[in-house]
Design a protein around this ligand. Structure first.
Ligand code: SF4
Length: 418
């Protein structure tokens, strides 16, 4: 019997899908890379904002017609869509054979009639993989649905994380990203994320370790020191700052003011190691004035460590505090203003890249090859940030020394030197 997994959304969902794959294989099913030859498809959904929910529902409707084309086919609906929306009995779910919440591999095991003792394991392949160090979030930002979907912050145990790191390396990983909703909040017996990164880097010295989702409130300030001690902990910070105006940060419920993120950026800029920061921000937040927006734009262009900006407009998500508050106050920002601000942020993003282009041009760097012709630097996360094109074929998965012969924004061209 064959199964296929469709994994939507964030890297945390990718890890959940790999746990589902491990369960299916343990039950004797065979993985299929294609949907059609499969007898069962697991749709691991995302639903934290409206566009993600719509995409998940579109996939679900395609799967229902896939099922109708051959008797005996099965659908498992998993992840954040069922995590956020319960079955209200209005129908339309009768074609689904099993509904499980986010990461609920035990429910899948029980349905397949196999045991589910001990921590889940992961089954996957590829040169870069993700390792989930915690799940859920206890911050409760006013615009966010994730705590309601995934529950409170629960750190995974150090031993489980170390064991899983060994498994990922055995399965061929060359780069591993540490992920959680709020990675900096991870702590175990006095050790924090910085200490965990050091332990993993020493345990697997040939692996590149990358840190994602560092909320400024729980930022491990020892990270620059870790980057200088362990060259395989890549000097990259994925930091959802969300905004840089005190009044908007307060309204969002971020638990800190702009001075907190300014201090972090000053530390990173003053570090002897060249560090790249990926900012995630929300523009057009209810109550955002032109002055608030200028503070955000000025902040994003101010620090030499700033490299990438992922900007989104605010989405009115039902069930969040901000949804009802914006309606009550009537101070949502109109769409054209919001999209104008989004465009203005993207111009700041271009200027950050232009600054890095000047710095990278002509330099010899270590670049991880993602396939025969492309790769990424330590300052770029695979599949989301800037891409390197090699001037000649290289060995996929290897780390190539190469000279940057062209650099224009999110595309770098590199000539292998040995
Ligand atoms: S920290 Fe992130 S996941 Fe947690 S509530 Fe805030 S936005 Fe949501």
């Amino acid at each position: 019997m064959k199964y296929h997994i469709i994994s939507l959304g964030c890297p945390k969902n990718t890890v959940d899908s790999e746990q589902f794959a491990w369960v299916m294989n343990s039950a004797g099913w065979e993985n299929s890379d294609e949907p059609d030859p499969s007898d069962l498809i697991i749709l691991n959904t995302c639903a934290f904002i409206a566009p993600a929910t719509e995409e998940s529902l579109e996939y679900l409707s395609d799967l229902i017609s896939w099922k109708s084309r051959k008797p005996g086919r099965k659908i498992v609906l998993a992840g954040c869509l069922p995590g956020r929306y319960s079955d209200d009995g209005s129908g339309g779910l009768e074609d689904i054979d099993l509904i499980t919440g986010p990461g609920d591999w035990r429910k899948l095991s029980a349905w397949l009639g196999i045991a589910s003792e001990g921590p889940a394991q992961v089954l996957g392949h590829g040169n870069y993989r993700y390792l989930k160090i915690a799940d859920g979030c206890s911050n409760g930002c006013a615009y966010c649905t994730i705590p309601a979907i995934r529950g409170k912050f629960v750190p995974r145990h150090t031993d489980t994380i170390l064991r899983e790191s060994d498994l990922l390396v055995q399965q061929g990983a060359g780069e591993i990203g540490l992920v959680a909703q709020d990675s900096g909040n991870w702590r175990q017996s006095g050790a924090d994320l910085a200490a965990l990164a050091e332990t993993l880097a020493a345990r697997h010295p040939s692996i590149w370790w990358r840190l994602y989702y560092l909320h400024p409130l729980h930022f491990p300030h020892r990270l620059p020191e870790v980057f200088s001690k362990f060259s395989n902990v890549v000097p990259y910070i994925d930091m959802p700052v969300q905004h840089a105006s005190d009044s908007i940060l307060e309204r969002m419920g971020r638990g800190h003011g702009v001075r907190t993120i300014e201090k972090i950026m000053e530390e990173l800029d003053n570090s002897p190691v060249e560090i790249a920061v990926r900012y995630t921000v929300i523009t057009g937040y209810p109550g955002e004035t032109e002055a608030d927006f200028s503070e955000l734009r000025d902040f994003l262009g101010r620090y030499r460590s700033g490299r990438h900006i992922a900007a989104f407009s605010w989405y009115p998500e039902e069930g969040t505090l901000e949804y009802s508050r914006a309606i009550a106050r009537g101070d949502a920002v109109d769409d054209s203003t919001a999209s104008g601000r989004l465009a203005s942020i993207s111009a700041v993003g271009d200027s950050l890249y232009a600054d890095w282009d000047e710095r990278l041009y002509g330099r010899e760097l270590s670049i991880r090859a993602d396939d025969k012709i492309t790769g990424h630097t330590v300052w770029d996360a695979p599949e989301v940030d800037a891409v390197v094109s090699f001037t000649e074929p290289v060995i996929p998965g290897s780390v190539v020394r190469a000279k940057i012969v062209e650099s224009s924004g999110a595309v770098l061209v590199a000539e292998p030197v040995n």
